[in-house]
Design a protein around this ligand. Structure first.
Ligand SMILES: [Fe+2]
Length: 216
């Protein structure tokens, strides 16, 4: 059990709860993943909770491409979490080697009035979402929705624990093309419906990220 030791005269600690990692994908990665999506891919939607038109399974080629494009950032997320969760006492060694295993992955094609109920991802340790496309006119809907005290249309909502003083249990994120978020598999999330005609396209991957050897 790592023991916290202050290193400065003043520190603020956020040791509890899951870490979410954010990364801006290159435009080229977004374009390539979009070009790899086609309606001939296996529709996985019967096995997933989303109330959306299609959830198309990645082929091995798409998994490999996405893995190569994101593995560096996933490694940084893993290192950050290791450091944070051990109060700085565990640092990855330069000789450590990791294996990213993408167990399942799919494109999520969500259209107007569709949604994704509250869920977690089973049989993996890490999951993620990356945004590939949005309806052309969704900004108009958001402009209106943001006049409300609780805008949410087409947003993803992460939830963990209970809202209280000095703690937060809910996090809403507005999708932007190219944005990528990684989070632990047990973190509850849902996606709210929107009304604008068109496609909100994202992808998700269920993954493990394991140390395979070390110099220790
Ligand atoms: Fe999900």
């Amino acid at each position: 059990m790592p023991i916290y030791e202050p290193k400065n005269n003043k520190e603020f600690l956020t040791p509890f709860g899951p870490t979410i990692g954010y990364y801006k994908m290159d435009q080229e990665v977004v374009e390539t993943l979009n070009s790899m999506m086609n309606e001939k891919l296996e529709d996985f939607s019967d096995k997933l909770v989303g109330k959306v038109r299609q959830e198309l399974k990645f082929t091995d080629d798409i998994k490999n491409y996405a893995g190569q494009s994101l593995v560096k950032f996933l490694g940084e997320y893993h290192s950050y979490s290791l450091d944070r969760n051990s109060f700085g006492q565990e640092k990855p060694s330069k000789n450590d080697s990791y294996n990213l295993n993408i167990l399942n992955a799919w494109f999520v094609r969500q259209f107007e009035n569709e949604y994704n109920p509250l869920h977690i991802h089973n049989n993996c340790t890490l999951s993620c979402v990356g945004y590939l496309s949005l309806p052309d006119k969704i900004n108009q809907e958001w402009e209106d929705d943001y006049k409300d005290h609780y805008p949410a249309n087409g947003h993803i909502n992460f939830s963990y624990g209970v809202n209280n003083h000095y703690g937060v249990a809910n996090m809403l994120i507005k999708p932007r093309v190219g944005d990528f978020y990684v989070f632990p598999n047990y973190l509850f999330h849902c996606v709210y419906p929107f009304q604008t005609k068109g496609e909100r396209r994202s992808f998700s991957m269920n993954m493990t990220f394991h140390k395979v050897n070390s110099d220790q």
